[in-house]
Design a protein around this ligand. Structure first.
Ligand code: NDP
Length: 280
């Protein structure tokens, strides 16, 4: 077993600690997940972000079970899918996720989308509070929530989500939402931190120069930018050499000028679905 990667840990608003850098497994094939998460744990990743809808919780769980890394050293997140939202359905959904993962609790359970089509984000949040209190999830949070959805939760309960996991990358920086999170004590998690490969990071002004200056790739610069912005980040890759590359981001620091150059790359360029979509 190798050492854990040297990521900082951040403290959630419920007092628990989360490794700031992890591995995401969206679009990881079910029969590849065990191999990929095994590689990640060997490389030193200790934070895995999955979801019921990714259909790979079993593989993630098998890798964790077979690993020499103790369970308590691995931070596991999964998510409540939209069609499972509801006061009475959330518990069964989490229990099934836990069964697939082979775990008795997850470290973080998220409502995956506000899902206006179902209109159940508030009652789902109330259900998640009960699941946390029952010990099935140590921490609870949300994903793809806009300010209005966070306000809905605040009006109904006094439990503030530990995190909001949203699309965020150098061309889509979510500064207003992040300021709102900071006021409320919610940590920001980035999904799609590399823009999901849907645009060339190298084409953003200044990124290639910054990367060359530090002898890093533009992907490493993007990951480092998230870390210095205080964002939790879990780039996805299926390739072990890229897992190593994406984790080799603690041996350099972006200067204030370089952070300002990246701040100026914001294009409000959303590459994924909008939180108010009604397709799913
Ligand atoms: P990312 O921004 O992490 O991009 C992943 C893509 O970048 C893949 O095509 C990968 O290819 C490639 N890549 C990874 N590392 C490198 C590298 N060093 N150099 C070049 N290319 C690289 O997108 P994701 O959508 O996967 O976001 C990360 C995680 O966020 C997800 O895996 C998931 O856990 C979460 N997520 C959550 C959502 C939500 O609604 N809550 C929505 C979407 C994602 P390859 O695999 O071939 O290396």
């Amino acid at each position: 077993m190798t050492e854990a990667i040297a990521t900082p840990h951040l403290t959630l608003n419920d007092g628990t600690s989360i490794p700031q850098l992890g591995l995401g497994v969206f679009l990881v094939e079910p029969d590849e997940a065990e191999r990929i998460v095994t590689d990640a744990l060997e490389i030193g990743y200790r934070h895995i972000d999955t979801a019921r809808i990714y259909k790979n919780e079993e593989g993630v769980g098998r890798a964790i079970a077979a690993s020499a890394v103790p369970r308590e050293e691995i931070f596991v997140t999964t998510k409540l899918w939209n069609s499972d939202q509801g006061r009475d359905t959330a518990r069964a959904a989490l229990e099934k996720s836990l069964e697939r993962l082979g775990l008795d609790h997850v470290d973080l359970y998220l409502i995956h989308w506000p899902s206006p089509k179902h209109g159940k984000h508030v009652e789902s949040w109330e259900a998640l509070i009960e699941l946390r209190d029952a010990g099935l999830a140590t921490s609870i949070g949300v994903s793809n929530f806009m300010q209005t959805h966070l306000d809905d939760l605040a009006a109904a309960t006094d439990v503030v989500p530990a995190v909001n996991q949203v699309e965020l990358h150098p061309a889509f920086q979510q500064r207003d939402l992040r300021a709102f999170h900071a006021e409320r004590g919610i940590l920001t998690e980035a999904w799609g931190p590399l823009g999901q490969g849907k645009y060339e990071l190298a084409e953003l002004p200044g990124l290639t120069e910054i990367a060359a200056r530090h002898e890093k790739t533009v992907q490493q610069v993007a990951i480092r930018w998230h870390l210095q912005e205080g964002i939790i980040v879990f780039p996805k890759t299926t390739r072990s050499e890229r897992m190593i590359e994406n984790a080799t981001v603690f041996d350099f620091e972006l200067s204030d000028d370089e952070m300002a150059t990246i701040a100026a790359c914001d294009r409000e360029l959303r590459v994924g679905a909008h939180p108010l979509n009604t397709d799913f």
